[in-house]
Design a protein around this ligand. Structure first.
Ligand SMILES: Nc1nc2c(ncn2[C@@H]2O[C@H](COP(=O)(O)OP(=O)(O)OP(=O)(O)O)[C@@H](O)[C@H]2O)c(=O)[nH]1
Ligand SMILES: [Mg+2]
Length: 308
């Protein structure tokens, strides 16, 4: 129980801005008011403003209107519990855990736009995997940006995991090849490949990402077992568009939603769910390796709607 409380407290802190900006706003809007059409219209405007997305908002509002007409919702406050229940039901039970290799190391390829939080999120994944007793090897496939390898090396040192690096400016797929081979020969559980930031519209760079994935797949059956897209929650609807575009162009299997602590736009997780079937697997909310939790809709929505 103490542990649960700890996790919940962490999430609550990570979602502080969303709680203050989005949910407290909702709460003060509905409190003490009778539910009627005017309030439902106000709610609709509020949800759209809060990066929940137009589609999801429309659906949520339709349900509120139907339950209101059926006499199930009467007071403004009733809407909050109704919303919580509806939101929690948006995510299917399955496929939130990281995929696993059947034989040999599990390979996780990490991608996203520049500065999304890829390298920091990798440090968080490492910390989580290490706490689970897994051995991890990092592949520094971002050979493009000066300092990128060094940044990953510093995390590797701090977290006590191995790293494979190549020449600065060298072929990222060659580094991936070396990293996967090292992972096999050293018998590690998980190989995580860090990559340079790119836009889903940059064909050359997307081809390069495909090449990294193919190289891994040649050495280990089914690799990469997970292609994680890191998106920056502070970018709101842009994060949703990235999920859609990378999902199509890079075969993304999971999303790491980073920087939740820096934004009131935590509702973006709802818009992502509405726009794509790609599961959000982790949420990140800070700059240390500890600021991470697996995404669990139940505790996420509870933390978002929590009173102090
Ligand atoms: N507040 C906060 N900052 C974060 C989080 N994740 C990453 N950052 C910060 O965001 C900045 C960029 O993070 P990186 O991990 O370097 O991002 P990247 O995607 O690897 O960047 P490139 O490799 O340059 O494309 C750094 O200053 C991180 O400390 C988070 O969850 N919360
Ligand atoms: Mg990076």
């Amino acid at each position: 129980m103490a542990m649960l409380k700890g996790v919940f407290g962490k999430l609550k802190r990570g979602l502080e801005k969303t709680r203050r900006g989005f949910v407290d706003g909702l709460r003060s809007m509905v409190t003490g008011r009778k539910l009627d059409d005017a309030l439902i219209d106000d709610l609709e405007a509020r949800l759209i403003q809060s990066d929940v997305g137009v589609q999801a908002t429309r659906r949520l509002i339709e349900r509120i209107r139907a339950d209101y007409k059926a006499g199930k919702l009467k007071k403004g406050e009733d809407v909050l519990d109704h919303l919580k229940t509806e939101l929690k039901a948006m995510w299917p039970e399955a496929d939130r855990a990281l995929a696993k290799a059947t034989d040999g190391p599990t390979v996780i390829l990490v991608t996203g736009v520049n500065g999304a939080g890829k390298t920091t999120s990798i440090a968080k994944l490492c910390a989580t995997l290490r706490a689970d007793g897994k051995s991890v090897l990092l592949g520094a496939c971002d050979t493009f940006r000066a300092g990128a390898v060094r940044q990953l090396e510093i995390w590797a040192d701090r977290l006590g995991v191995e790293i494979v690096r190549g020449q600065s400016g060298g072929d990222p797929a060659a580094v991936a090849f070396d990293a996967v081979n090292a992972g096999i020969s050293r018998g590690v559980d998980v190989v995580i490949l860090d990559t340079a930031g790119r836009l889903p519209t940059q064909n050359g760079l997307m081809d390069q990402l495909g090449k990294i994935a193919r190289v891994a797949g040649k050495r280990i059956e089914g690799a990469p077992h997970e292609t994680l897209l890191v998106v920056d929650a502070t970018t709101g609807q842009n994060a949703v568009r990235q999920a859609e575009a990378f999902g199509q162009a890079a075969g993304v299997t999971g999303i790491f939603l980073a920087k939740l602590d820096g934004t009131a736009k935590g509702g973006v997780v709802i818009a992502i769910r509405e726009a794509t079937d790609i599961p959000v697997k982790y949420v990140g909310f800070g700059e240390t390796p500890d600021d991470v939790e697996p995404f669990d809709p139940e505790s996420f929505i509870d933390a978002m709607f929590a009173l102090d």
